[in-house]
Design a protein around this ligand. Structure first.
Ligand code: SAM
Length: 238
């Protein structure tokens, strides 16, 4: 369970209504039952349920079960999608180990407003679901040129490009791994209408860009994001 508060042995943590309801009425936990909690900073802790009357009132951290691991360093840059598909993309990107979720506005991006709170809630839920102790950062939407300029020199940019030669992708990533010189990885997925020529030129002008083909089919952007992160994790992940 994700909590906002600092976690320390013997220091009670208050729960909001939704969390108290979830523990008491959905999971049917009661006084003394154990729950694993994390806050993205203090590792994972075993905490005991404390009741106030018939309701779950709070949690009492007992002992740390896992220290805070070093965070992963995998950026996911994507043109934002609508509602349910954005929810899906965020959840799956977090499950696949993305540490930063960065919406990128492109010429053919159809969504101009992004609900960052909803993205954060989805990221937390996905982290809870798969035991990731570091909550991924959600960035404000940025224009493609600004997002590219913000990438550190040396960071490998895996450009999901439906026009890339199919066979080269994994080999190109493996070669990047052999060279071992890259400072972190970013994956870039375009909007439903794809990138235009000027945008492609901008992306390819970056020296640390690798084109990744995900096969000879045009995938939906949310599918492409999950597939690309899976390939990156398989070839470059630890
Ligand atoms: N421009 C395309 C068109 O209209 O024919 C469609 C773009 S696709 C729906 C959305 C994004 O998913 C692309 O910009 C690309 O980043 C990624 N993508 C989809 N299929 C892919 C593939 N086979 N290989 C690599 N990336 C792919």
């Amino acid at each position: 369970l994700f909590v906002q508060a600092a976690i320390a042995a013997g220091e009670a943590i208050a729960l909001d209504k939704a969390q108290a309801n979830y523990l008491g009425n959905v999971l049917r936990l009661s006084s003394g039952d154990g729950v694993l909690i994390f806050n993205g900073r203090d590792g994972e802790w075993l905490a005991r349920v404390e009741q106030g009357g018939r309701r779950v009132a709070g949690l009492m951290p007992e002992k740390q079960t896992r220290p805070q691991p070093p965070g992963s360093d995998l950026l996911c840059l994507f043109a934002p999608l609508k509602h349910a598909r954005l929810d899906y993309m965020v959840q799956k990107a977090v499950e696949m180990g993305a540490s930063v979720l960065a919406p990128v506005l492109t010429r053919r991006t159809q969504v101009s407003r992004v609900n960052l709170e909803r993205m954060e809630a989805n990221a937390v839920e996905a982290a809870e679901q798969c035991g990731i102790l570091a909550i991924p950062a959600v960035r404000e939407p940025a224009r493609l040129d600004d997002a590219l300029a913000r990438l550190e020199p040396g960071r490998l940019l895996v450009f999901c490009d439906e026009g890339a030669p199919v066979a080269n992708a994994v080999a190109a990533l493996a070669q990047a791994r052999e060279e071992g010189a890259h400072a972190g990885i970013a994956v870039l997925i375009g909007p439903e209408g794809g990138f235009d020529e000027a945008e492609r030129d901008l992306i390819l002008a970056r020296p640390d860009t690798v084109r990744l083909s995900l096969g000879p089919r045009i995938l939906r952007a949310d599918t492409a994001a999950v597939a690309a992160l899976a390939v990156v994790q398989a070839v470059l992940g630890d």
